[in-house]
Design a protein around this ligand. Structure first.
Ligand SMILES: [Fe+2]
Length: 325
């Protein structure tokens, strides 16, 4: 998958079929279409009666085609297949942890991008819960070093990718801090995935602007924690702690954050956790207006300018993890 190209997975009336989970013997026996990368139109790629070989799958991967489309598959059935295969992939200890993580990351980034793309809150919330469980299983199985984790994550700045990165890092930091019992780590991961969901209500023009935002635009962008809170606060499948991550992840310990300028203990511990890794991931990610900073430079910048608003104990713990060889 391309690390820099946002991939539109939605094509009205067609069900996306992810290539990363397919093997030649498991390709669905229906007509499959591929999307022309230039025009966005679907073209017949393979008729139902023609087999797909491993070579074909490799060629698709080389051309950065990650999804094919089918008109005759029930989307719910496809979702079940994806979930079953992801689950099997995560459990398969004959495959190295790095490969499992890489594949998991590829698939869930696509699934999440797709849900964010169509602004489907229900899908995002249910995906986040499932992805949270899968991510925790992989992340907890083996001590993944910071270098491993970061080299495996993608650093383009898209809300879905960023959210996933934040989720992974929140799980690592929550474990290091012994903040929650292991049984709650998947809820922490889900909170990470959801933390920026309010950005779905902020115009793309502002979110992907190439220059720094003007004051007025900044005020609009800064509404995303409250917008996210409003979007999810009436749901019964979101916990108070998760809601606080969404609402308070831009609050700062010194009270100069937003939306309300809460400080110290007024900020929920899960939100403080999110703030630390959110700042870090923003620095190590490409933004529309700047390139990403190398790891050590990102930590220096946090030390010099940004860490005073963060929970100091959490920041120290994160820094120790990142700088550990
Ligand atoms: Fe945010």
């Amino acid at each position: 998958m391309s690390a820099t190209t946002p991939i539109a997975t939605q094509c009205h009336g067609y069900t996306p079929v992810p290539m990363a989970l397919m093997t030649p013997d498991e390709v669905p026996a229906v007509d499959l279409y591929r999307r022309d990368l230039n025009t966005g139109r679907l073209q017949l790629y393979r008729a139902a009666n023609v087999p797909i070989t491993q070579d074909d799958l490799n060629k698709l991967a080389e051309t950065q085609i990650n999804w094919l489309y089918a008109a005759e598959i029930d989307p719910d059935e496809m979702q079940m297949v994806i979930r079953r295969k992801l689950d099997a992939l995560v459990r398969d200890d004959s495959v190295g942890i790095r490969d499992r993580f890489r594949k998991l990351n590829d698939i869930v980034t696509e699934v999440l991008s797709s849900a964010f793309e169509v602004n489907n809150t229900d899908e995002i919330v249910s995906s986040s819960a499932e992805i949270g469980q899968l991510a925790v299983r992989v992340l907890c199985e083996d001590e993944m070093t910071a270098g491993d984790l970061i080299s495996l994550m993608h650093h383009d700045f898209q809300t879905a990718t960023h959210s996933l990165n934040v989720a992974y890092m929140m799980v690592i930091l929550a474990r290091k801090m012994h903040l929650v019992p292991d049984s709650e780590l998947s809820a922490v991961a889900a909170a990470g995935i959801l933390h920026d969901i309010g950005k779905l209500s902020v115009s793309d023009r502002i979110l992907s602007k190439n220059d720094r935002l003007q004051r007025r635009e900044q005020r609009v962008a800064q509404k995303h924690p409250a917008l996210g809170f409003n979007r999810l606060c009436r749901r019964v499948d979101i916990s108070f702690a998760q809601l606080m991550v969404i609402y308070q992840h831009h609050e700062r310990m010194h009270g100069r954050g937003y939306p309300v300028g809460a400080c110290d203990d007024e900020i929920h511990p899960w939100a403080r956790l999110c703030s630390v890794v959110n700042v870090f991931d923003s620095l190590i990610s490409n933004r529309p207006y700047r390139k990403r900073y190398p790891l050590h430079e990102a930590i220096s910048m946090m030390d010099e300018h940004l860490s005073d608003g963060l929970d100091q104990e959490m920041y120290r713990c994160w820094k120790q993890y990142i700088l550990k060889k």
